[in-house]
Write a protein that binds this ligand. Sequence first.
Ligand code: LIP
Length: 282
Amino acid sequence: MDLTPLLLTMENLDEILKFGKALAEKAGEEIKTAFLQEKKIETKAGCADLVTETDKKVECMIIDEIKKTYPHHQFIGEESVAGGLKCNLTDAPTWIVDPVDGTTNFVHRYPYVAVCLGFCVNKIPVLGVVYNAISGEMFAAIKGKGAFCNERKIQVSKETDLKKSLIMAEFGSARDPERLDFVLNNLRSIISTPVHSIHCMGSAALNICAVASGQAEAYVEFGIHCWDYCAASVILEEAGGLALDTTCTPLDLMARRILAACNMDIAQGLSSRLTHIELPRD
Ligand code: LIP
């Protein structure tokens, strides 16, 4: 494998992270301004798959800034893909962007909303920024250099007993009866472990960052996209956690499912209680 792009990029990942954090803060200003205002809401794949003009405006701003600063970098953005651009991850340095993760929360003014900037080289996530503009929490990590929230080092929970765990999960945006049965059956299986509780925060990235921060032991979801979990997966692994496929095999960025856990005991315990499905790849 030609390591040139990786070596070239690894040399200035600190500079790229500085750029990413400043870009996330700039995007966060736009989100904060619009957060309490009336919003023009559209739907995408279904009645609960929401998008606003802020999602689109923020993604355009992010991509313009990347093109200006790093013209040789590629990008994959949620709203660009929704607009018809192919989701094609190559070995080139690539930004994977969710301008507003937790759009439903943004629409309802529920304060769990994050700008997600993941950065991959040779298809490997090596840098992640997840910024909750409403709380001011800036989660960030470079592969091999630890994970931080507002410059404070974060690490996962040490709990190994699933019965003493807080699990993050989501209903997702699909509302067809078959998918709802699948989601509800898995939620029932998890809660009847029994676990301490299941919380649904409405943002895949912030759920993963809650695990990275030791506030929950695991998060699992089927049906999300690479932009929902690329950035946060780097933060979780640098906090000592595991970003895995739901079957506890290595994470597949394009498989649209993740099991994020503080350790393998929790991951295997949770995975064994799930029904697994394959989804159309990103
Ligand atoms: C959301 C995810 C969430 C999932 C929602 C939606 P978006 O991302 O963060 O985990 O349950 O269906 O996909 O659409 O707000 O960027």
